[in-house]
Design a binder for this molecule. Structure first.
Ligand SMILES: NC(=O)c1ccc[n+]([C@@H]2O[C@H](COP(=O)([O-])OP(=O)(O)OC[C@H]3O[C@@H](n4cnc5c(N)ncnc54)[C@H](OP(=O)(O)O)[C@@H]3O)[C@@H](O)[C@H]2O)c1
Length: 362
């Protein structure tokens, strides 16, 4: 195996280590690190386990109980060179005597952005860049959007039949997909800071919107309900005391539980102002939003150019009824050339269903 292939193999290891921090590092990125010798044997590993705790490089270095002089380090994100919650990783790398650093992608955080690499090089450390760069960027798509646009990353997730329906005309939708797909949804929920839904979906499904996975956290919940039609006893407000933001255009005269924060925002004929809601959530520290709603709200997020990614679970079922609900509505397009375009990112199987991941292009 040549060096590049060896680096790629080790970078895959970094990416899988980084994923151990899923759901715990926000607003920080997911980072994994491997220390290896000149024969590409792994001598130590580390990852960023939780927000506020040590970074991956520091953990990998501290996990090694010997002399690191002459060893090599590989990491999916450029090492930081600034004091944040913890001291700069470049300092401990330089002090350790490591001679080569392999990096997946440069940090987009303007405080770092190439300066970490420069500092290592200025200390005589060889730096190799861009190993599995696309995979590294995909892993940290939320962090990249946050840093470059100062906005939350927004994912629309939906479960559909082969004819693109999310429910029958009588709103029956449980369950479209099988158990494996639903387990993957729980994993995705754990990755996001907030899950957002609508009055209609709360009224028809009464969902809990919890992430039922071992060691996982429940995301903040967000409900859009212009006229406060949803009942304070709905599961979404009561399940476990998790914070809920309830956006409305009305003055609140109902008694929602203490964990529910009612916020008034502007509206127009289509509904509440989604840009205002997204900005409010950013101000509340929400860095990623998972939209789990019906076609009207999904469609509105796409029309506003707010959605970044779509995850569509497709079940091998057909409803065959034109009155059944579609996962995205509100587009009045006559010419196929004016369709909303997406980039296919991946297709995976969660038997008996498929999962399609696609990025929005505006
Ligand atoms: N298969 C799946 O993955 C899945 C997931 C979720 C839901 N569902 C199904 O979807 C169905 C509900 O779909 P739906 O299309 O009727 O409703 P929806 O898209 O979930 O919600 C639409 C409602 O959201 C509120 N809203 C507030 N601001 C809005 C804005 N700017 N743009 C659009 N809507 C806004 C409005 O209600 P207010 O005027 O009351 O604010 C609007 O009527 C249910 O049957 C549910 O079971 C399926």
């Amino acid at each position: 195996m040549n060096d590049i292939k060896q680096y790629q193999k080790l970078m895959r290891k970094c990416l899988s280590l980084a994923k151990k921090g899923e759901g715990k590092t926000s607003p920080n990125p997911l980072v994994g690190c491997v220390i290896f010798d000149d024969d590409f044997n792994i001598v130590s590993v580390g990852w960023h386990e939780k927000y506020g705790e040590f970074h991956a490089e520091r953990n990998a270095i501290l996990n090694y109980k010997g002399d690191l002089k002459g060893k090599n380090l590989i990491v999916n994100l450029e090492p930081c060179c600034h004091y944040g919650k913890t001291p700069p990783c470049t300092d401990i790398i330089i002090e350790s005597g490591i001679k080569k650093v392999v990096v997946g992608m440069r940090d987009v955080n303007p405080i770092v952005a190439g300066k970490g690499i420069k500092q290592l090089q200025n200390s005589g450390i060889e730096v190799v860049e861009g190993v599995l760069e696309n995979e590294c960027k995909k892993l940290n798509e939320i962090f990249i959007k946050n840093q470059t646009e100062k906005k939350p990353f927004i994912l629309i997730k939906s479960a559909v039949t082969l004819d693109g329906k999310i429910a029958t005309k009588t709103n029956s939708s449980k369950w479209i997909t099988g158990e494996r797909a639903r387990r993957e949804v729980q994993r995705i929920r754990n990755l996001y800071d907030a899950i957002l839904t609508s009055s209609n979906t709360v009224l028809s499904d009464n969902p809990s919107l919890t992430a039922r996975i071992k060691g996982g956290k429940n995301p903040v919940r967000v409900v859009l309900d212009r006229h406060l039609k949803t009942s304070p006893s709905a599961k979404v407000y009561n399940d476990d005391g998790t914070k809920v933001f309830l956006f409305t255009s009305q003055k609140n005269n109902k008694k929602y539980p203490k964990n529910v924060c009612v916020k008034r925002v502007s509206e127009d004929k289509n509904g509440l102002d989604l840009n205002e809601i997204v900005s409010e959530l950013w101000e509340e520290g929400i860095r990623s939003i998972l939209v789990e709603a019906g076609g009207k709200l999904n469609g509105a997020f796409v029309k506003e150019g707010l959605a970044d990614k779509l995850v569509l679970f497709v079940a091998p079922k057909i409803l065959g009824d034109k009155k059944g609900k579609s996962f995205v509505e509100g587009f009045d397009i006559d010419d196929i050339n004016n369709s909303q375009i997406l980039d296919m990112v991946s297709v995976k199987r969660f038997e008996p269903d498929l999962m399609i991941e696609a990025g929005f292009k505006y």
